[in-house]
Each structure stands twice: as C-alpha cells, then as structure tokens.
Design a protein around this ligand. Structure first.
Ligand code: PRT
Ligand code: ZN
Length: 296
C-alpha cells in the first residue's frame, strides 16, 4: 500500500498518556512494530502508523494535517487553541477513560481564599496562561499571570508568585509543597481528536473505522451484560432499575407464565447496590457479564 494511503495517529512519546494510548490502540486491533528511531510505530495489520511526539505538539500536527488523529489531554488541546475547520472532537470527545485531572488554583496555607475576588492584583504562576486568562476574564479579575513551563508548584516558595494554577490528580504534589487546592477552573481528560478529513477515500474510511473502534472500546469498558429472571407483574419496575440500558430483550421462560428472562446491555457499571435493588424488586438468577466488543 502507498504510504499516502496510510493514516497517522499522534500519541505522546513518553509520559502519562503513552501506555494508555498504546494499549487503547492495541485493543482496537492494531499491532505495530516500533521503528529504529523510536518516533514512528508502523501498523502491521492496518494502514495506520503512530507518531510518537511531545503532547504539546499534537494540536498543531493535527491542524497542519501531518496527522489524522491524535490522543491528547483536553487541557493541552484547549491551551494551544489550535483551531481549524476539521479540528473537531469526534462525537463530543467521549472521554477515553484515562488522563483525568483538573486544572486548579492552589494557594499557600496562610493565603485566605474565599472566592475569585481574592485574586485581584495577585501573581499566579501557571503553564496554562490561556485557560487561566479566560477564567480570570470570565470572573472579571485582573491578576498577573506568571508563565512557567515546569515546576510551577515551587513558585510561591521562591517568591515568584502568590499562588499557582496547575494540573492536579491526587493532590499529593500540592500537599508536599504546602499548597491547598482552592478552586477547580477546568476538568480535563484524554481525548481523541481528528484533524481535517482526508481527501483520499481510503484514508477517510480508516479514520472513521478507527474512531468507531475507539468509541466501541471505551463504551465496552463501562458496559456490562446483565441477565435476570423477573416477575411479569414487576417488569416495568425492573426495567427502570437497569442502569443505562435502552431496550432490554424480554423472553418467555419455558413452563413459567409468571416470569420472564430479561437480558440487557448496561452502559454503566453495575454496582452491588443496583443488584440488591433489582433483587428487592423481585428479580432472581442475576448474572452480570463483561462485554468484550461492541459496534453501534
Ligand atoms: O514530554 P511531554 O510534553 O509529552 O509530557 P508532559 O510532561 O507535558 O506531560 P505529562 O506526561 O506529565 O502529562 C500528560 C497529560 O496527562 C497532561 O497534559 C494531562 O492531560 C494528563 N494528566 C493527568 C496530568 C496529571 N494527571 C498530573 N497529575 N498531567 C500532569 N500531572 C502532574 C501534576 O501537575 C503534578 O505536578 O503530575 C503531578 C502529580 O499530580 P498529583 O496531583 O497526583 O500529585
Ligand atoms: Zn507536554
């Protein structure tokens, strides 16, 4: 196959998103070999190659048409603000289920934060000047943004800023630096982004295929197949209790007029509480199974 018939997917070369991105693409059926320069992985069973780059470069690689798809944090995508007619979040950027974090304001312990007004005239260190700037503007606050590309959390101790605005997941970095999370200004997660639609039909087709496989994999992770027996008289009640299911299959049970078998795909995790609720509503023989593949 001609190399221009192949699609390119940009992923982070080495960082928090790398393993998750590679494993997601493997689950989508892609097997690949890593090139000697370690910058490209060639797809062996699909015309899909992976470009391993810094996450910050992914938005512009998509906008310039160097890559067709990219896996990147929504925080990076929004901060870089690279826009283009084709730069859309495929079907609302369904969360890929990893890379969850939040961009938060964090203050030293002795800083009293009661609301955005306390930020007026303060110096805020961040690597996200655009997202922070927009948030300050939306809250009508005039403050100084001190742009730092790393080690933001030590800026207050060094006297370079009064507070910081940085990514947080567990919060332990803030605690270790005597900072307290004061306000979440942006919720982020890894997303799959598409660039302009390729002109060649074959490439466009592969982009669509990969997007729907990724969506399928993500949906499946949360989905469960649930089977149970339900008294006919309480079928509606039981149906209402099935989490995130659309139209369950209802089948007769041999020799039983009072009961039916109900099978449903639940697009949310099924918790013990749900099962207990179903049991209380008269369901019996409850079975919850993982779903391996799903294609809408
Ligand atoms: O080299 P390259 O530029 O590609 O990597 P990078 O260093 O810019 O990015 P990387 O690998 O650190 O993060 C990639 C993406 O992961 C980010 O853009 C976010 O979308 C997402 N992500 C999820 C995070 C975190 N969680 C996170 N905790 N990115 C950074 N952090 C930082 C946080 O700021 C803190 O300093 O990790 C530290 C630990 O966080 P706590 O709260 O768990 O202590
Ligand atoms: Zn980066």
């Amino acid at each position: 196959m001609n190399s221009k018939d192949r699609i390119k997917v940009a992923i982070q070369k080495s960082g928090r998103l790398t393993d998750h991105s590679l494993s997601l693409l493997r689950t989508c059926g892609l097997s690949y070999s890593r090139g000697t320069d370690q910058l490209i992985c060639f797809g062996e069973n699909m015309p899909v190659d992976l470009l391993l780059v810094r996450d910050d470069d992914i938005p512009s690689l998509l906008a310039e048409g160097v890559c067709d798809l990219g896996i990147v944090g929504l925080n990076v995508m929004i901060e870089k603000a690279v826009t283009g007619p084709g730069l859309v979040l495929p079907r609302q950027a369904a969360s890929l289920g990893f890379g969850k974090c939040r961009l938060s304001l964090a203050v030293p312990r002795d800083f009293t934060y009661e609301g955005p007004a306390d930020l007026c005239g303060r110096r805020i260190a961040t690597s996200y000047p655009r997202i922070l700037g927009e948030w300050l503007e939306a809250n009508s606050i005039v403050a100084d943004i001190v742009m730092l590309s790393g080690a933001v959390e030590i800026a207050p101790r060094l006297g370079r800023a009064d507070l910081i605005c940085d990514l947080v997941s567990t919060g332990s970095t803030l605690t270790a630096n005597d900072l307290v999370e004061a306000e979440v200004i942006f919720e982020s997660r890894a997303v799959l982004m598409a660039g302009d639609r390729p002109e060649e039909d074959i490439r466009a087709e592969w982009v669509d295929r990969l997007i729907s496989r990724v969506e399928g994999v993500v949906r499946v992770r949360e989905s469960k197949y649930i089977m149970l027996h339900a008294p006919r008289s309480r079928l509606e009640e039981i149906r209402q209790l099935l989490p995130g299911s659309e139209a369950p299959t209802v089948m007769p049970l041999d020799g039983r007029d009072d009961k039916v078998a109900v099978h449903a795909v639940c697009r949310e995790n099924v918790f013990w509480e749900t099962l207990e609720g179903l049991k209380a509503a008269g369901a019996s023989s409850l079975l919850v199974l993982p779903v391996e593949k799903m294609l809408a």
